[in-house]
Design a protein around this ligand. Structure first.
Ligand code: CDP
Ligand code: MG
Length: 825
């Protein structure tokens, strides 16, 4: 092995030297202005362009005149009437008064009451009518890209303007705005990046931070920065918007800022807990006894057969009564005792049957925890006598990674005489609104990510939702008429739900956030995060800092290294950023761009209904004999690019279970990454053949993956009778069943590098790639020369390796070279 390794290492050294010379000739273009331009963050209104008072008047007058004209058009009139019916409309005067009198205002109000579309618009209208229109610069942040676009276009329509005039949006890689734009919707991430260049938010007059109740990490992070910024910008107005009435916490955080509540809007929704559902079903037995089934001959026939499929009987059959008795008799029963239990799909099926037999028309929305349950329930429904009748029911799953074709039907009204039943995860809770829902079936659980700081692993497990989520789910049933919410858990369980879900900042790994904090130059990471609304666990912060040190982004005193500074310019997880830089150094940029885009955004592989096996086969086909999920992604993307050149990318995606939307997004992200790599002097964009010299060499690609994703490496080991992968912190880990490596003989996978490990029912490594021993030697951890034994042994994060002095020296030299290149200024 030694000579072979030596040969390969020698050729690697040559590559690093070539790479060093080629990129030094391009020299770093680390100009702040250019970086801002790449991120699309150029300020629209530089101070020099501020209009004088005459022009301000002209601006406002022109706006007013246009608005008067537009108000006459039918569509704007109709929308204006709609606006005036929204609960927010009644609060307009009070809201504007509060904004003018206070620096910070916290507004709460139920989803749909008009916070997002109306409040920023009120400010805009007020500014224009008071002749300050030309000066104002209102920004409203949204946690999701999709809402930034849809809200901006909705408001433009309400104003009768094309999008991008006075109202625009900006999200990563996409914007619609102009010199006229005075109200800009952007993602919270875009604003955070702007803060690196413009820490005082110069020229911003009003900032609205939306959906703060969700307690997303970016929003919590932004609030820390803003609280520090407000004293420096006394003229800046900050408005925080929340869908739940937990305004007090935010008000306290901002020195008892005033709060304002917009009273409700939805139709009443009856709430049934498991015990009520049971009561209701007893009632149905009585009514069925008297032959009073709602509906048709089917019901009556059933009546004479037996009552076997009546709801209560079903409950008994599936043991739910036993469950029920145990929960009601033991009020002290701890939540944990139940949190592991799977959702009972039989119970959901029985409830659906009950609604369809006994309740009036209207769509049903079922909240489940994930794909497994959705497909189990689908299978049940297909075999169900009543619900399986596709002439009467339109059953639609709704899940984050589904093909979008299936998703569109969700919003449409079903054909007449058909009942729509949507089986959804908690994405239907607030981000997606289905208007015609009348019945909600809530299983009370959601898959929640959490971070186990002790074992350094992200967990994704079903757990009970919060009272706030339960309330939100119920509200989904009352948008068009009065509705009913069936909660498939007893009231005692509901009573023990936490009021709110834990904020994301204490549920996620923090390395990207910590790197961002360093780039803002706001002091030490620890003391900055201690100022958060709910500060993250000290151990989680420590882990993040340790990881950043391991990958070389921070030095011993927690200062950014030149590598760390490069990583700050790449808007991705630091490991993925490092993989991009290594890809540039080893001249296989295209594969690095593709894999980074997929890891940073999402996998282009979709979960089609009932065809999971075929989809898995397609993925394996792309992987070929590489034993790599990452190479499968890469080959799928390359196939898509070829198909696109031939004009048949649609068919290609359809046949291979790929999402064209994700692939297009990946294309854009690749371009952005390439621009950024060029800005920081890692690639010379004019020489693609140079930076792609080794792009076809999959062994090189897997070495780049190892260098980027380290310390995420595992070795296959035999312990007793068992052969498995072991990590330093967690012991045994399994390959995720969705991986192309899931069915491969473990002996042919001596070492794997992976992008993510997740604890669900067991600890799984998600996407993985088989790597060769020379890649491991180069990038897989510190070496400890061992005198005995053969090959490499990973032990406690170190590589024990027996080799000649020459080989060891060569490896150290190579590592030094790579380090130098990563840290060039
Ligand atoms: O922010 P909040 O949830 O309070 O409400 P909003 O987003 O301002 O929406 C107010 C109303 O406008 C909703 O009830 C929707 O019916 C409507 N709307 C719409 O039709 N299309 C949009 N893209 C956004 C809102
Ligand atoms: Mg909103």
């Amino acid at each position: 092995m030694s000579t072979e390794t030596e040969r390969k290492l020698g050729s690697l050294l040559k590559t690093t030297q070539e790479s060093g010379s080629s990129s030094s000739s391009t020299s770093a273009v680390h100009d702040q202005q250019d970086r801002t331009a790449t991120l699309g963050l150029k300020r629209p209104d530089s101070a020099s362009k501020l209009p004088d008072s005459l022009e301000k008047e002209k601006f406002s007058a022109a706006h007013k005149e246009r608005q008067e004209k537009l108000k006459a058009t039918e569509s704007v009139k109709a929308l204006q009437a709609f606006r005036e019916k929204l609960p927010a409309f009644r609060m307009k005067e009070g809201f504007l008064k509060s904004v003018s009198e206070n620096q910070v205002l916290v507004v709460s109000g139920e989803t749909g009451c008009g916070k997002t579309t109306q409040l920023p618009q009120f400010i805009l209208e007020e500014e224009i009518s008071s002749l300050r229109g030309a000066d104002c610069n209102i920004i409203c942040t949204q946690p999701r890209r999709i809402s930034a676009i849809s809200v901006a276009s909705r408001i433009s329509a309400e104003r009768g303007e094309p999008i991008g005039e006075s109202v625009g949006y900006q999200i990563r890689l996409e914007s619609k705005r102009s010199d006229q734009t005075r109200l800009l919707f952007c993602t919270t991430g875009v604003l955070l990046r702007r803060l690196i260049e413009d820490p005082n938010l110069t020229n911003v007059s009003h900032l609205l931070v939306d959906e703060i109740h969700e307690r997303g990490m970016n929003e919590d992070f932004l609030l820390i920065i803003l609280r520090d910024l407000l004293p420096r910008r006394p003229d800046l107005r900050l408005i925080l918007m929340s869908a739940t009435i937990n305004a007090d916490m935010f008000s306290t955080y901002f020195g008892n800022a005033p709060t304002m509540h917009i009273p409700g809007f939805t139709f009443p929704v009856a709430e049934l807990f498991l015990e009520d559902v049971l009561e209701k079903s007893r009632y149905s037995i009585k009514s069925s006894d008297s032959g009073n089934y709602q509906g048709n001959s089917r019901g009556r026939r059933r009546d004479s057969e037996s009552k076997k499929d009546d709801l209560t009987t079903l409950f008994e059959e599936i043991d739910i009564n036993v469950h029920y008795k145990s929960y009601s008799s033991a009020t002290r029963l701890s939540l944990e005792a139940w949190s592991g239990a799977q959702i009972d799909v039989d119970l959901v099926e029985a409830t659906l049957e009950h609604i369809c037999r006994h309740e009036g028309d209207g769509a049903i929305l079922v909240f489940l925890t994930g794909w497994d349950e959705i497909s189990k329930l689908l299978e049940k429904i297909n075999g169900n006598r009543l619900l399986g009748d596709s002439s009467k029911f339109l059953i639609l799953p709704l899940h984050g990674s589904m093909p979008t074709v299936n998703q569109r039907e969700i919003f449409d009204r079903p054909p007449p005489n058909k009942r729509k039943i949507v089986l959804a995860t908690n994405i239907a809770e607030s981000s997606i609104t289905i208007d015609d829902v009348v019945y909600v079936v809530d299983c009370g659980k959601a898959k929640e990510t959490s971070y186990d700081a002790l074992n350094k692993v992200a967990c994704l497990l079903p757990s009970w939702i919060s009272k706030a989520s339960a309330h939100q789910r119920r509200g989904r049933a009352g948008r068009v008429q009065a509705g009913v919410c069936y909660r498939l858990y007893p009231k005692v369980i509901y009573d023990s739900f936490p009021q709110y879900q834990l904020p994301e900042i204490i549920r996620t790994p923090l390395q990207e956030l910590c790197l961002h904090i360093k780039s803002l130059q706001v002091g030490s990471i620890g003391s900055f995060l201690a100022k958060a609304l709910q500060p993250p666990d000290a151990l989680a912060v420590e882990n993040a800092i340790e990881l950043l040190k391991t990958i070389g982004a921070l030095d011993d005193i927690e200062d950014l290294t030149p590598l760390g500074r490069h990583l700050c310019t790449l808007p991705v997880d630091p490991n993925i950023g490092k993989m991009l830089l290594i890809g540039a150094i080893f001249q296989c940029v295209n594969p690095a761009l593709t894999i980074a885009a997929a890891l940073a955004y999402r996998s282009p592989f979709v979960l089609p209904l009932n065809r999971k096996e075929e989809a898995d086969d397609a993925k394996r086909y792309f992987a070929g004999d590489s034993c790599s999920d990452h190479i499968a992604l890469l080959k799928a993307y390359e196939g898509y690019r070829d198909a696109k050149r031939g004009g048949n990318e649609k068919d290609f995606c359809w046949q291979n279970f790929l999402s064209p939307v994700t692939l297009r997004m990946m294309e854009d992200m690749r371009n952005q990454f390439l621009d950024l790599l060029s800005d920081i002097g890692f690639v010379d964009k004019s020489r693609p053949s140079a930076y792609n010299q080794y792009s076809q060499d999959m062994e090189m690609v897997s070495a780049v993956l190892c260098a980027g994703l380290y310390p995420n490496v595992v070795q296959c080991k035999r312990r007793g009778k068992r052969t498995a992968f072991y990590t330093k912190e967690l012991g045994k880990v399994d390959i995720h069943p969705g991986s192309v490596n899931a069915r491969v003989n473990l002996f042919s996978l001596p070492y794997l590098v992976y992008s993510e490990k997740v604890k669900t029912t067991s600890v799984y490594i998600r996407d993985s790639t088989n790597i060769s021993d020379y890649a491991l030697l180069m990038f897989g951890g510190n070496l400890i020369p061992s005198k005995t034994g053969e090959g490499i042994e990973m032990l406690g994060g170190y590589l024990h390796f027996s080799a000649s002095k020459n080989v060891l020296e060569l490896i150290q030299r190579l590592r030094g070279e790579v380090d130098k290149l990563l840290n060039k200024k």
